[in-house]
Design a binder for this molecule. Structure first.
Ligand code: ATP
Ligand code: MG
Length: 568
């Protein structure tokens, strides 16, 4: 590619709405352009990277025996009514009507459509297992699109769906996808971790996520290298602490706390730490609001809480009026002593004695509160997020917390969709049997952002070789004045292209500094500089994007180096 024919606008300034480095660099390097909230155009440079991701994903899916198809993005409401998700999926689903007032949605995922295909196409156990996949545009009306293409509204997903005659078959299909995903992320040169996960709206039994590790990741991952445990914090379990509770030392005492609204306010007033306090959160319930009680320094885990009996799902905090109506006090003064609502205590609260909490009366708190004396001994549940240092569920080690970007998610669905939609095949004895399904998603567009989060410096992107839009950038110095440089550069361009390399030939009439800065920003791994001085010695100046300095190399040695490290 000749740079002069590639209308690439790189930006020096960091765009104001970009919060994280990959979003900034993708805009600055001209990989993407924003159309509207959560909607992006993949510019020619960005599309080259995206196609490379797709190619690796497609190769590994094909290698694993999956069959590519392409389903419509727009889906009729009837299918979603059959599965029961038309009502349940909520505002994430973009709904629309055609000219006949028939309801449709733009697919956020394709379980319904693929199950419809399977029930029509697959008749006998002899046809199984089957794994259909596609690489396709999805739409989710995200409440908070951000981080550019990482949390977009329109994005490209590779989604696959397996059909088996029984559970064992389903597990084998799942394991095959686990292996294929591992191969994909290894080939893409990304540092990643596989973690246990919540199945969310998709449903089913087992599920695991693939996370690219990055400090900017939206997800927290709990792991323990000693016992191999790894889970999304959403689902990492805590248990009741195995410690003897200290006997009470103080009396229960109600005291005025004017203006205290938060745990931080309370700790400031009393000069105590938050782990000596209890906080009480009121959430909407199926009939009445429900109280959730946690240690003051712990965070409520919404995924766990919304699964509790009587708690509304998705978890919704009760509003001020509902809280006041039920308890007679505002959110800043609540506590479990005399709580009139159904109350769940987190496991960790059971270890507390002589703690402080709200008195269910505006402007008052209790201190010296004790279980078994001031409140009944609590039955505890798992309500909170794990924190670093918590014991692993197996009890053999301590948890660490890392941040990750979810790039893949695999699920064992079982018969959830085949049952709702009547997808059966005949088994060996001629009886109809529900197919056992799995589903497997990869965020193809998100991978590009995740790769940049892991591979950049203050000058720009540093593409892992398998993703780079160009293998090598060829920078002639003073080509517009030196015939020798022009001839040598043109010859190199032809020769490297014939070798099968993707060459970006910077034939623009621009200063070398501008060319170097652009090449660094867009992250091309190899740079070759052609100058009159070097040509005199039969040499080129070579620099890898990760090198500190450039070095002079014999022309052929430089070409060999570039070729051998670019073409796998
Ligand atoms: P998240 O928890 O990030 O919202 P999800 O669990 O809802 O994602 P899945 O239904 O598991 O997403 O979809 C499969 C994959 O699609 C995800 O692992 C992720 O890589 C990608 N993906 C999901 N939502 C988005 C989005 N809004 N923008 C870009 N990629 C996305
Ligand atoms: Mg997911």
């Amino acid at each position: 590619m000749r740079f002069s024919q590639f209308p690439l606008t790189t930006l020096k300034e960091v765009p104001a709405d970009a919060e994280i480095v990959s979003h900034k660099l993708m805009l600055r390097a001209g990989l993407i352009r924003r159309l509207a909230s959560g909607l992006f155009t993949w510019m020619p440079l960005g599309l080259r990277v995206l196609r490379k991701v797709e190619a690796v994903v497609r190769e590994e899916m094909d290698r694993a025996g999956a069959l590519e198809l392409l389903m419509p993005a727009v889906q009729p409401a009837e299918l979603w009514q059959e599965s029961g998700r038309w009502d349940r999926y909520g505002p994430l689903l973009l709904r629309m009507h055609d000219r006949h007032e028939r309801a449709f949605c733009f697919g956020p995922t394709h379980e319904e459509v693929v199950t419809d295909i399977a029930r029509r196409e697959l008749k006998s156990y002899k046809q199984l297992p089957v794994n259909y996949y596609q690489i396709q545009t999805k739409f989710r009306d995200e409440i908070r699109p951000r981080f550019g293409i990482m949390r977009a509204r329109e994005f490209i997903m590779k989604d696959a769906y397996s059909f088996d005659i029984d559970r064992d078959g389903m597990r084998e299909s799942y394991d095959r996808m686990h292996a294929a995903y591992t191969a994909i992320f290894e080939r893409l040169g990304l540092r990643f971790r596989v973690v246990d996960a919540d199945s969310g709206e998709i449903g089913g039994s087992r599920s695991q996520e693939f996370h690219v590790l990055a400090d900017s990741g939206e997800d927290a991952i709990a792991y323990c290298d000693e016992d191999g445990y790894a889970s999304n914090v959403e689902t990492a379990a805590t248990s009741r602490p195995d410690v003897e509770r200290r006997a009470p030392v103080g009396e229960l005492e109600k005291f005025p706390t004017p203006g205290v609204k938060t745990i931080a306010d309370l700790c400031g007033l009393l000069d105590i730490t938050p782990d000596r306090t209890i906080k009480t959160l009121i959430v909407e319930g199926s009939d009445a609001p429900v109280a959730l009680v946690l240690r003051g320094d712990h965070e409520l885990n919404a995924v766990k809480a919304q699964k509790l009996d009587g708690v509304a799902s998705p978890l919704t905090m009760a509003d001020d009026a509902a809280i006041r109506g039920a308890i007679g006090a505002g959110a800043g003064s609540l506590g479990p002593v005399g709580m009139p609502l159904r109350t769940y205590f987190d496991h960790a609260t059971a270890a507390l004695s002589d703690f402080t909490c709200g008195a269910n009366e505006d402007g008052f708190h209790y201190k010296g509160v004790n279980f078994g004396r001031d409140i009944d001994e609590p039955e505890t549940v798992d309500l909170r997020n794990v924190v670093a240092g918590d014991p692993t569920p197996g009890g053999r080690g301590r948890l660490g917390i890392a941040r990750g970007i979810e790039v893949g998610h695999i699920f064992q669905l079982g018969a959830k969709y085949s049952e709702a939609m009547g997808a059966t095949v005949q088994d060996e004895s001629g009886r109809n049997r529900l197919m056992e399904m799995g589903c497997y998603g990869i965020g193809v567009t998100r991978i590009v952002g995740a790769a940049i989060e892991q591979n950049h410096d203050d000058k720009g992107i540093i593409w892992p070789q398998p993703l780079t839009p160009f293998d090598v950038v060829l920078v002639p110095i003073n080509m517009h004045r030196s015939e020798a440089v022009r001839e040598a550069a043109e010859a190199l361009y032809v020769e490297m292209t014939e070798m099968g390399l993707d060459v970006l030939f910077d034939d623009r009439d621009a200063r070398p500094g501008v060319k170097f800065a652009d090449a660094e920003l867009i992250g091309v791994p190899h740079r070759l500089v052609v100058s009159e001085r070097g040509l005199g010695n039969g040499e080129l100046e070579y620099r890898h994007r990760r090198d500190e300095d450039s070095r002079m190399m014999k022309r052929d040695d430089a070409l060999t180096l570039v070729r051998e490290t670019s073409i796998g």
